[in-house]
Design a binder for this molecule. Structure first.
Ligand SMILES: C[S@@+](CC[C@H](N)C(=O)[O-])C[C@H]1O[C@@H](n2cnc3c(N)ncnc32)[C@H](O)[C@@H]1O
Length: 178
């Protein structure tokens, strides 16, 4: 075989593998949670103020996107963990925080990641995720941990609801304590 054809075939193969490999992790996020729709910057800062975090807190974002919530929470908390299943987002966060020893990025599904040391958990996912992760949160989080959801409440958790934050024209934050 002509070497130019061979090189073209190899390069095409590498490209296709990378395209479908990365694409599949993005698609997987659609099936296991929500696609990447970032919390708007103004909202992220509002959330960071709302949770009254202190330097004993460990913040987790379940599906951390581009890491904006982590960046906003870092001045208040001792550590932050971003869990992300989509490879481009996980890589971006890894690069973004690679020099910060207080940040840990996990390239995995939040269903398969332990949350045992989280004291504040942020969830911006579809409501079906709330249903699926409720038991895990109750089982793994330390007593007194806060769970913040964006846009949608956690059904059946009214007894744990501490605050609903409303600002006209902006989606709500629901703050729970377990
Ligand atoms: C609505 S976006 C929220 C992004 C970020 N938390 C923010 O507020 O800007 C949902 C994110 O969750 C990720 N995701 C979806 N399912 C996931 C799963 N099972 N495990 C980890 N991340 C997931 C998506 O890739 C996406 O980045």
């Amino acid at each position: 075989m002509d070497s130019a054809v061979l090189i073209t075939l190899i390069l095409s193969g590498v490209f296709l593998l990378a395209f479908f490999g990365i694409g599949s992790t993005v698609l997987w996020a659609l099936f296991t949670g929500a696609p990447w729709v970032p919390t708007r910057q103004h909202e992220v800062e509002r959330m960071a103020r709302l949770v009254h975090a202190n330097n004993n807190d460990v913040f987790y974002d379940l599906g951390c996107g581009d890491g904006r919530t982590i960046k906003a929470m870092l001045p208040y908390v001792t550590r932050a963990v971003g869990i992300e299943i989509s490879l481009p987002n996980a890589l971006w966060c890894y690069l973004r925080f690679r020099n910060n020893p207080r940040v840990h990025i996990v390239f995995n599904s939040f269903y398969r990641t332990s949350l045992h040391d989280a004291t504040i958990v942020y969830i911006y996912q579809f409501p079906n995720v709330h249903e699926a992760i409720k038991e895990k949160l109750l089982h793994e989080l330390p007593q007194g941990a806060h769970v913040v959801t964006h846009v949608w409440p956690i059904l059946g958790w009214d007894d744990k609801l501490k605050e609903v934050s409303e600002e006209q024209g902006h989606p709500r934050f629901y703050i729970y304590q377990v």
